[in-house]
Design a protein around this ligand. Structure first.
Ligand code: ZN
Length: 149
């Protein structure tokens, strides 16, 4: 099985069985954004306590890349300090720009998305969940829902 096929399996698995796709009653921050180019919409909900992302969930709809990326993102940042989550967001953007060589140690399942670099129109799909995460964390602890159309 080619490496690309393995990555495709990982993406499809997250798409069909999304992790942490649920409401989050204890959310202290949330944000909704969409990607009009593709019709993807993602809401990120997080419970932030003492500077740590205790719980992270998402809701939304869209293409497999956007939804799989959101699912992977929740797994990658849950339990981490906010600063580490933002560092990972920056590193993920770097990977999508072809500037950061992803390692499984750091990126886990997110490595599966590196093939998206070859499809510039899909990069927005892959980065959407991270944009929403950053935006919600920039809300400084207030639960706000902003939608950019
Ligand atoms: Zn998309």
């Amino acid at each position: 099985m080619a490496l690309d096929d393995i990555y495709k399996e990982v993406i499809l698995d997250h798409y069909k069985n999304p992790r942490n796709k649920r409401p989050l009653e204890r959310a202290t921050v949330s944000c909704t954004r969409n990607n009009p180019l593709c019709g993807d919409e993602i809401t990120v909900l997080a419970n932030v306590e003492d500077g740590t992302l205790r719980e992270v969930a998402f809701q939304g709809a869209g293409c497999s890349i956007s939804q799989a990326s959101a699912s992977m993102m929740t797994e990658a940042v849950a339990g981490r300090p906010v600063e580490e989550a933002l560092d990972l967001a920056a590193a993920f953007r770097g990977m999508m720009a072809g500037e950061v060589e992803p390692t499984e140690e750091r990126f886990g399942d997110l490595v599966a998305l590196k093939g998206v670099v070859r499809y510039p129109i899909r990069i927005k799909c892959a980065v959407l969940a991270w944009d929403v995460l950053q935006e919600s964390l920039a809300g400084d602890g207030e639960a706000t829902a902003t939608s950019i159309h």
